[in-house]
Design a protein around this ligand. Structure first.
Ligand code: HGY
Ligand code: MN
Ligand code: MN
Length: 423
């Protein structure tokens, strides 16, 4: 796409649509980590990065990196400002979640080069392959590898088909044994910026195209198993059953009740996946496994809600004569955005939109939750229609796409203006 002919928002939309056509399920957008669709999308993103003048490489975790060298040599010109997001999706996803941040980074590089902007540091765009954590019971794998926050116990985690992360990485062309080498040295980076759709209604209701993120909510993902006793649906009287699915139903309503009680701290609880075994209509379920996604504006609220849930699960298990167990799959504390990056973002949004931006919390998780263990993080939120996301109805106006790229360029320029390599 020629920079001059087409407005920024239209170019962004065309790239969003090109990525949205790479899916495992025709008619729906589903692109999971380390799949053929991931490979194809990463390859396309790599081409765009090269076209924008960046050197490109795929790392051991399947993250695509594009690096623009510093425009001028000098102290600190070997440090990097990171800009990124993810190219994996949930199942039957919207087309802007994640991809917008990668495309905004690439277009920002194109725009700055086209305008003759010379940066005193390197700029790197990262396209992470696993932020959603849908395929494997682990999330933020790419950003955790770059930030050195991965840990080594995850390689044997398996997907629903029993394929481990290790095997999936090997067949993808990744390298499970070099994941640790992907970690960037603290001090080698200046910060991490991400442009992302809000996935909530605040900006849309306020009729604002952009907002500055204050923090990312505290988040936990758990797997709950309930072991009862399978039996004949026709012969076991109700009062002596140990029905794992009936117990799970009571547990889920209890979880909802506890989350409502903690609503003031923006506590939200979701059971998104459930498996009842043996899974026959005329057999009382003996084993049920389901997911719990629990979040809140503060770590204290999340842990209080979690402890209340665990306490009530034990009581339900005792009353019903079933065994309830809870496994923690992922926990991230509140990730607070750095004041200096928030200031740079807010200034750029004000210059781009003519209005002081709204600051808002992110209930959704993002790669910044991993990147914060390496460097300061900052996020630009882009309004999406009615806040709908994780849904094919997810929508962003092309004009807002262009405004988001302009605000990202403005943010990078102001970081460059204030850059003090000795910081
Ligand atoms: O779950 C989340 O908040 C993110 O979309 N992965
Ligand atoms: Mn996302
Ligand atoms: Mn998402």
């Amino acid at each position: 796409m020629n920079r001059v002919e087409r407005p920024l928002g239209e170019r962004a939309q065309a790239m969003i649509d090109a990525l949205a056509s790479i899916t495992a399920e025709p008619g729906k957008l589903t692109r999971l980590y380390l799949t053929e669709e991931h490979r194809e999308a990463a390859r396309l993103v790599g081409e765009w990065m090269r076209r924008a003048g960046m050197t490109v490489r795929m790392d051991a975790a399947g993250t695509m990196h594009g690096v623009l060298p510093a425009g001028r040599a000098g102290p600190g010109s070997n440090r990097r400002l990171l800009v990124g997001s993810h190219i994996d999706t949930v199942v039957d996803a919207g087309r802007f979640d994640g991809t917008l941040g990668v495309i905004a980074g690439i277009l920002a590089v194109e725009e700055m080069r086209g305008r003759g902007v010379s940066l005193p540091f390197e700029l790197e765009v990262l396209a992470f392959g696993d932020e959603e954590g849908v395929r494997f019971p682990k999330t933020l794998i790419g950003s955790s590898a770059v930030s050195g926050a991965l840990g080594d116990t995850m390689l044997d985690l398996a997907d629903a088909d029993g394929i481990t992360i290790r095997d999936a990485l090997l067949s993808f062309g990744g390298d499970p044994d070099s994941l640790a080498d992907e970690a960037y040295l603290p001090g080698s980076t200046i910060g991490y910026l991400e442009v992302h759709i809000e996935q909530g209604p605040v900006l849309d209701q306020a009729a604002r195209p952009l907002g500055v993120v204050s923090a990312i909510a505290s988040q936990g993902r758990y797997r709950i198993s309930i072991k009862g006793e399978a039996g004949h649906a026709g012969t076991v009287p109700m009062d002596i059953r140990h029905d794992a699915l009936a117990a799970a139903a009571q547990v889920m309503l209890t979880i909802e009740e506890i989350a409502l009680k903690h609503a003031k701290a923006s506590c939200v609880a979701t059971v998104g996946e459930i498996k009842a075994m043996p899974g026959a209509g005329n057999v009382i379920p003996g084993l049920v496994e389901f997911s719990l996604d629990l979040r809140a504006a503060t770590d204290e609220a999340r842990t209080t809600a979690f402890e209340a849930i665990r306490y009530r699960l034990r009581n339900i298990g005792a009353k019903r004569g079933v065994l309830v167990s809870v496994e923690t799959m992922h926990e991230k504390p509140v990730a607070t955005c750095a004041p200096r990056l928030k200031t740079a973002i807010a200034g750029a949004i004000e210059r781009t939109t003519g209005k002081k931006p709204i600051a808002l919390m992110s209930g959704a998780g993002h790669d910044g939750q991993a990147m914060i263990s390496l460097t300061d993080i900052g996020m630009i939120f882009v309004r999406c229609r009615a806040g709908i996301s994780h849904n094919p109805l997810e929508h962003v106006e092309p004009e807002d796409l262009g405004t988001a790229v302009e605000a990202l360029v403005g943010t990078i320029e102001s970081i460059a203006t204030d850059y003090d390599p000795g910081e």
